[in-house]
Design a protein around this ligand. Structure first.
Ligand code: AMP
Ligand code: MG
Length: 331
């Protein structure tokens, strides 16, 4: 089977085409366009307009890159949530129109679950991981238990990427700020105290953000503030991930989301995994960030497990939680 997936939960609109071969995911194409606000955060309506503008071209480009035409597509998948309403509706409307006009089945999928499944589908040896999903808006530690992907820990306020972007904005950086902060942090060495705020298995970033901003106001070296911010935030993420691994007795950890590009985060999670005798995995960068291929892959897994979705059931859900999905495609 060949599936086309449309991703459009937030700043990126992506189209991916994938093929199943021996229960693994082969990516035939995966193209993406990212909305970049001139200043401030993502304006949902402006992002949706951006997506509507670029989506038709991306669909043609994805078919061209894959070297196939519409007739070869067996399924149209789209990101049903969670995300920004106007963006989700734009992607969903396009997916419905495609499915109806081509007379192909339609499948709405959970974006967070797709981040986990693309790891299992494309990374050799990755079969039953604990996923540390770190993106702009989302921060969750997810693992499979008794028929669902359960959230073992998550942010209580903003996502880690959002925390980094907000901090960077106060310094006048352009979105995305994570890579620029990472660069500065490399030249920092002196750890400045910051709140390590965890409640049970959950994390809060807003106090940490305010405290980091205070260090900047007090004219502490920027490199040290960035270094300390990363060390503190990533240590909290690594701790929750380790606790989830200990609880579930899983032997694999997978990173996903845009912040998974960060070398220091990778290093900390990998060190933890190796110390436990566990395996550490990161998908390739184009499959880590929001992308259409992961949406196509999850749609295909769902379809092949016997699930069907009528157009009436394809309404988007901005608050679509990871653990709302009944997992019918694996044991
Ligand atoms: P996503 O929402 O998954 O597309 O990821 C976007 C987020 O990842 C933004 O908040 C970026 O600032 C963040 N990001 C991207 N690259 C890095 C990096 N190298 N270090 C930290 N954060 C990053
Ligand atoms: Mg994402």
């Amino acid at each position: 089977m060949i599936a086309l997936g449309i991703e459009g939960t937030a700043h990126s609109i992506g189209v991916g085409i994938i093929k199943e071969s021996q229960e693994k995911c082969r990516v035939l194409s995966n193209v993406i366009k990212t909305y970049q606000p001139k200043k401030g955060g993502i304006h949902p309506r402006e992002a949706a307009n951006h997506h509507a503008t670029y989506l038709p071209g991306l669909i043609s480009e994805s078919l061209q890159t894959a070297g196939i035409d519409f007739q070869k597509i067996d399924l149209i998948a789209f990101s049903q949530g969670p995300g920004l309403g106007p963006c989700l509706r734009t992607a969903a409307t396009a997916a419905r129109a495609l499915a109806l006009s081509l007379d192909k089945p339609l499948m709405g999928v959970n974006h967070c679950v797709a981040h986990l499944e693309i790891g299992r589908g494309t990374v050799e040896g990755c079969t039953d991981p604990v996923l540390l999903y770190v993106s702009g808006a989302n921060t969750q530690v997810i693992a499979f238990a008794e028929g669902r992907y359960r959230v073992f820990g998550e942010t209580l306020d903003v996502g880690i990427g959002n925390c980094l972007d907000k901090f960077g904005r106060t310094l006048g950086m352009e979105f995305p700020c994570g890579p620029k902060i990472e660069q500065l942090a490399r030249n920092g060495s002196s750890y400045l105290p910051l709140p390590y705020s965890m409640k049970g298995m959950d994390i809060a970033f807003s106090g940490l953000l305010t405290a980091a901003e205070c260090h900047v106001q007090k004219k502490k070296p920027l490199e040290d503030v960035c270094f300390s911010l990363q060390e503190t935030a990533f240590a909290m993420l690594t701790e929750v991930t380790e606790r989830a691994m200990a609880h579930t007795e899983k032997q694999e950890v997978l990173l996903g989301g845009g912040v998974a590009s960060n070398k220091r985060l990778r290093e900390m999670v990998e060190t933890m995994a190796l110390a436990r005798g566990a395996k550490f995995f990161v998908p390739s960068r184009d499959l880590c960030v929001d992308n259409g291929a992961m949406i196509a892959w999850l749609g295909l897994l769902m379809y092949q497990s016997g699930l069907r979705m009528r157009v009436e059931e394809s309404v988007i859900n901005q608050r679509f939680r990871t653990d709302m999905v009944e997992v019918t495609w694996r044991a």
